[in-house]
Write a protein that binds this ligand. Structure first.
Ligand code: AMP
Length: 631
């Protein structure tokens, strides 16, 4: 077999219906290559102007409304299809669809016909230039993804489009397989696994059931993964080509229009520009509600008619419920075609921008009875997986981190910027750890959980992996809430962190891919630094612990002192006041600068107060006994 030279550049391309991306894998793992303006996504839109070269991407999409007849969007739907099959679609398209050679569907503009391959080639060319600019090297080869249900003609058309763009398509890869590869699925599983890839985008929904057979494609690469794509068999696919985020946007628009009709006393007629504004506002509201509980919407309907309303996440979720139910019906169909029960699925991978919506994630999680994979950007994961396959084909996998162990410790931030490690470096995967935490302020109702990675004792010296809020804790004194934090790392190195407040049952969670973007040399550097700073780090950690404990002492002893001051010898009370004040000064200085703080001074001040307060506690207890109601 012809083994390519190790330095060969092969990129991964997600040639999508609405958007396309190009990605590359180096030793940090796969990443999308953005354009010169830093935009990762290239709209799959081409404008065929009469008197100028074609424009591709953002510019073509921005002017699509002005040039409907020669702006070609969603050309992927035409690839490798007979004109006869697409007659119904042709009537709905703003541009002309005609019958080309051998009965194939073609696009006509300005007296010329263009095969869909030619239009796709323009998109691929733009991606190639984007990749070349980002990498500073010529790019001539790519792995290109297609839907799992693409037939031979559609796959061949995709290869031909590559050839026309000066790209050798070294592999056509199924999109769901690519998404699984991006998560490292198939490299670590000891036995066959069933994977479901749930892909909900702006306009389409696809679900695929895959079977991963480890070792099915032993190769000559060090990882035994010479041909990663061959590990995956597609057992079944289902979907709906007109179901996606756009449908939800339409429902939100209707909700806003209904509110306008109510406020203005009758249906409002929409000019095309108001309709465009409304559509944009509806989508933005939907996206904002993925993070917020409510979102304000303000629309100017013209003629001084301004509308302001608030949409809640609960409202959005009830609008989305029937759409989500339709996706689950497709899942049921695909599972039944594959002869597999929902609870027998080992992993679920989320693809498509709409899977950022919490309601979608939760519904999918409930349906399959497990947390789906969402740690990677769902709009980039297919391109990233294509890059993983490209690196395998280019023989460039060797320098990747092997994830049989956790390369850097995983933990959370605690009071004062210290790190509590839950899973230690070099633990074997899968791994799990649970620890109890509490609040540090009286009446605290929200706790920020900050997940970090690294060997150092201070958050500032670690890598931040993600943060989330545990909200709605009932107000309690500091230290009373019991917050259970659980870390679970699975065989693919994906980390699920959840936090539960025991009394209220309040729960929040996040998923991250800790090894993503992490290079071998970075791990080595962090390890070296942890040795070099071990002594300092220990001292700082001691300072932070002392600050936390001394603050609690100051609070408890100060409270007791106020309660029983009238029972105390004034000289003793004054002595305690003085010791509390000097400990408070030491704590505040250490809070301001834990690195410069002297742990011994702090420990001595704390010890002095603790010893001096023994009598105070005895007096306080005696007073409590006296005040207890007689039986
Ligand atoms: P895709 O076709 O995969 O690019 O997905 C695009 C769809 O995802 C559009 O309907 C977007 O409005 C939707 N989308 C993108 N980000 C979010 C988000 N954070 N929450 C909800 N929907 C989103």
């Amino acid at each position: 077999m012809n083994v390519p030279a190790p330095t060969e550049v092969i990129v991964g391309i997600d040639l999508g219906t609405t958007n396309s991306l190009v990605a590359w894998q180096d030793q940090r793992g796969p990443r999308v290559l953005p354009d010169a303006e830093g935009r990762p996504i290239l709209p799959s839109v081409v404008r065929l102007a009469a008197d100028a070269p074609p424009t591709v991407g953002h510019a073509a999409r921005a002017h699509a409304v002005e040039h409907p007849q020669d702006t070609i969007a969603s050309v992927k739907r035409l690839m490798g299809r007979d004109f006869a099959e697409l007659r119904a679609l042709a009537e709905r398209l703003p541009f002309a669809l005609v019958e080309g050679s051998r009965g194939m569907a073609c696009v006509a503009a300005h007296g010329r016909t263009f095969a869909p391959e030619e239009i796709s080639a323009m998109i691929l060319s733009a991606l190639r230039q984007q990749a070349e600019a980002a990498l500073g090297q010529p790019v001539r080869k790519a792995v290109v993804t297609v839907p799992a249900y693409f037939d031979d003609a559609q796959r061949q058309a995709t290869r031909d489009a590559g050839r026309l763009a000066g790209i050798e398509v070294v592999r056509i890869l199924n999109e769901p397989t690519a998404a699984a590869l991006a998560y490292g699925i198939g490299q670590h599983a000891p036995q066959p696994e069933t994977i479901v890839v749930y892909d909900l985008g702006g306009g389409t929904f696809d679900v695929s059931v895959l079977n991963v057979v480890p070792g099915a494609a032993e190769g000559d690469d060090a990882s035994g993964m010479n041909d990663a794509g061959d590990l995956f068999q597609v057992l079944a696919t289902a979907g709906d080509t007109s179901l996606g985020g756009d449908d939800l946007d339409r429902l939100v628009m209707e909700r806003i229009e209904a509110a306008a009709a109510e406020q203005f006393g009758g249906a409002v007629s929409l000019t095309p520009s108001v309709r465009q504004t409304l559509r944009h506002a509806a989508e933005q509201a939907k996206i904002a509600l993925s993070h917020a509980d409510t979102v304000p919407v303000a629309i100017e309907f013209g003629g001084g008619r301004g509308l302001e309303l608030v949409i809640s996440r609960a409202e959005l979720e009830s609008m989305a419920a029937p759409l989500i139910e339709r996706t689950l019906a497709c899942c049921r169909r695909a599972l039944s075609d594959a002869g597999i029960a929902a609870d027998a699925v080992d992993r679920i991978v989320l693809v498509g921008g709409m899977t950022r919506m919490p309601g979608v994630r939760e519904a999918v999680g409930r349906f399959f009875g497990r947390v789906p994979y969402s740690a990677l950007d769902p709009e980039q994961v297919v391109a990233m997986g294509a890059a993983v396959q490209a690196a395998v084909l280019a023989g460039r996998r060797r320098d990747l981190l092997l994830l049989d162990v956790i390369p850097l410790s995983l933990g959370i931030e605690t009071v004062g910027g210290a790190v509590a490690k839950l899973i230690m470096r070099n633990s074997a995967v899968p791994a799990r750890a649970v620890e109890m935490f509490s609040t540090s302020v009286d009446g605290q109702v929200n706790v920020l959980i900050h997940v970090v990675q690294g060997e150092r004792e201070l958050v500032a010296d670690c890598r931040s992996l993600g943060r989330f809020d545990l909200r709605g804790i009932p107000p309690m004194p500091a230290g009373v809430p019991q917050i259970e934090v659980e870390f679970v790392v699975d065989v693919n190195g994906i980390l699920d962190v959840s936090a539960v407040e025991r009394r209220s049952g309040r729960r929040a969670a996040i998923q991250v891919a800790p090894s993503h973007g992490l290079a071998r040399d970075e791990v080595d550097r962090m390890e070296r630094e942890s040795f070099a700073h071990a002594r300092d780090d220990m001292r700082i950690h001691r300072v932070i612990d002392l600050v936390v404990n001394a603050s609690l002492d100051i609070k408890w002893i100060g409270d007791a002192l106020q309660r029983v001051r009238s029972d105390l010898d004034p000289a003793y009370a004054a002595d305690l006041d003085g010791r509390i004040a000097s400990l408070r000064n030491a704590v505040e200085a250490a809070r301001r600068d834990p690195v410069a703080a002297n742990a011994d001074v702090l420990a001595e001040a704390k010890q002095a107060l603790d010893v001096a307060s023994v009598r105070l506690h005895e007096i306080a207890i005696a007073r409590s006994l006296r005040e207890m109601p007689a039986r």
